[in-house]
Design a protein around this ligand. Structure first.
Ligand SMILES: C[S@@+](CC[C@H](N)C(=O)[O-])C[C@H]1O[C@@H](n2cnc3c(N)ncnc32)[C@H](O)[C@@H]1O
Length: 492
């Protein structure tokens, strides 16, 4: 029996993960043939074939079995031979820092996670790990401090359980209430609408609000699915430059298509992908939960639960402002008041917001290492501080204290996640490198090694640091993509 690769071009780390997942699923009965395909020496368990990530078919004399992964990706990709990262419900809503679902699935396989297991993602973002784990039949739990992340992850997990036919029927009902037919009593003058009016042309906002009312009137419990699809279109229809990592006034032309039509078409495409996913994984998935919370706090939502495995992509040190670029969705969905956006941004681990008294107090904490970080990390921050030159501007001057605060936040997260892991349980993190310029010199910050050291200082055993060569995040911002990431595996 031969196990065939997908037709897309593989990155080196994908071949490595593929070989490890082969090992985990088939053990000694799998070996690499001379032609570069894997060969199975015995008839494989069909459940193991169903779990494969990086392979498209198992072919033998009695026929060919196409893997579920291949069916899901083909339904999302059409004729395109690139790897699809938006299959099943993964494409419902973009999310900055969303990671590649294939990696999450391969790690679940490498960890030999079974249907009895309970999987955690403490920084779940838009729910990539949770979806992959749920599709493999595991119970899942995710937390995130950003209400938009929680909203999207919950909507995706709920969609997986809602028959695609039902969503298609609701879409017809929504479509029957085209915004023109809806009695629009004009804008309601709320803070929400006043804020949105700053960012949309009036005719678009009127359509967008029409879609909002139609969804709320027709979609019942499935409203989050439709609101997510609409929310994902907001930036495209706004006066913000849609592809920008920061908020800038738009220079490119606004779309010609009505928002209403774009929404209906996007729903149809999402329902078609969901339909294929449900044909292969069913709708009766085990329970999953997503909770809003701060993983640094001892009483975070995961406290008191026991997990078998955790997989995450944690926040970056000094990330670009997340909340800022999501502000239209956060306000439109009613998740945050416009005047609460800034405070939310400041709460995120890795945020660049650090001003006034908090900045002075963090600088003091850093200089005395009051938080008790391991010496190497505390020393690095102090070294960066002493390298500052007068010409370094306001933002740069904050870097050492920001990095210290990031390490401290991650340390608290490592403590809390370790407390909810079963003995021997593993925690995988995909971590990127960082760079900064201080005093005219470039500093490469090896964040994966620093996080491994910090995790070790609170009792984790560092099982592995595996560089993911030429890993690129897919999406809009390819030119800013992080090309060097590391898979850090910790064990309790
Ligand atoms: C790189 S993103 C995760 C993306 C996710 N893997 C996905 O595929 O969508 C990191 C997440 O950590 C969240 N985060 C930051 N600080 C947090 C905290 N203190 N507690 C919980 N989540 C936090 C951010 O809101 C963000 O969603």
């Amino acid at each position: 029996l031969k196990v065939k690769w997908h037709s897309y071009k593989y990155l080196p780390y994908e071949k490595e993960l593929a070989s490890r997942e082969m090992d985990a699923l088939f053990g000694d009965s799998a070996f690499l043939g001379n032609d570069g395909d894997y060969v199975l020496s015995v008839q494989p368990d069909s459940k193991a074939v169903d779990r494969l990530t990086y392979f498209s078919q198992v072919a033998g004399k009695s026929g060919v079995i196409e893997t579920i992964q291949s069916r899901l990706e083909n339904a999302s990709n059409g004729q395109n031979r690139r790897q699809s990262t938006r299959y099943s419900v993964h494409g419902l809503h973009e999310y900055k820092g969303k990671f590649n679902p294939q990696i999450a699935k391969a790690i679940l396989n490498i960890f030999c996670v079974s249907e009895e297991d309970f999987v955690l993602d403490p920084f779940c973002g838009s729910g990539t790990t949770l979806i992959e784990a749920a599709q493999l039949g595991c119970r899942t739990f995710g937390t995130d401090i950003n209400p938009l992340a929680v909203y999207i992850a919950e909507a995706k997990l709920l969609a997986l359980r809602t028959p695609a036919k039902r969503l298609a029927a609701i879409l017809l009902e929504i479509s029957a209430r085209r915004p023109n037919d809806i009695e629009m009593t004009g804008f309601d003058g709320s803070k929400r609408e006043i804020y949105l009016a700053l960012w949309f042309e009036e005719h678009f906002l009127s359509e967008i609000e029409g879609v909002f009312y139609a969804i709320n009137a027709c979609a019942g419990k499935a409203r989050s699915f439709f609101l997510c699809v609409a929310s994902d279109l907001l930036r495209e229809y706004s006066n913000q430059e849609p592809a920008d990592l920061r908020i800038r006034r738009r220079k490119t032309a606004l779309p010609d298509k009505s928002f209403w039509l774009a929404f209906v078409q996007a729903c149809e495409a999402a329902i078609a992908k969901l339909d294929v996913a449900q044909k292969h994984v069913g709708t009766g998935l085990p329970p999953s939960n997503v909770a809003l919370g701060d993983v640094r706090c001892p009483d975070w939502p995961g406290a008191g639960i026991l997990f078998d495995a955790a997989i995450t992509s944690p926040p970056y040190a000094m990330a670009l402002p997340y909340i800022d670029t999501q502000r239209l969705s956060l306000v439109w969905l009613g998740l945050v008041e416009p005047n609460g956006l800034h405070a939310l941004e400041a709460e995120l681990i890795g945020s660049r917001e650090l001003r006034g008294a908090s900045r002075r107090s963090m600088s003091n904490t850093m200089s005395t290492n009051e938080a008790g970080l391991p010496e190497a990390e505390a020393h690095l921050c102090v070294r960066l501080q002493s390298a500052l030159e007068p010409e370094d501007g306001f933002r740069r001057r904050a870097v050492p204290a920001l990095l210290y605060r990031y390490f401290q936040g991650m340390r608290d997260a490592f403590v809390n996640v370790r407390n909810v892991m079963r003995p021997d349980g593993r925690f995988a993190l995909i971590v990127g490198q960082n760079r900064t310029t201080i005093g005219g010199s470039d500093y490469q910050i090896d964040t994966p090694t620093h996080l491994a050291n910090i995790a070790g200082s609170v009792g984790w055993r560092v099982a592995e640091l595996m560089p993911l060569q030429t890993y690129r995040r897919y999406g809009l911002h390819a030119s800013n993509a992080i090309t060097s990431e590391t898979l850090l595996i910790l064990q309790k």
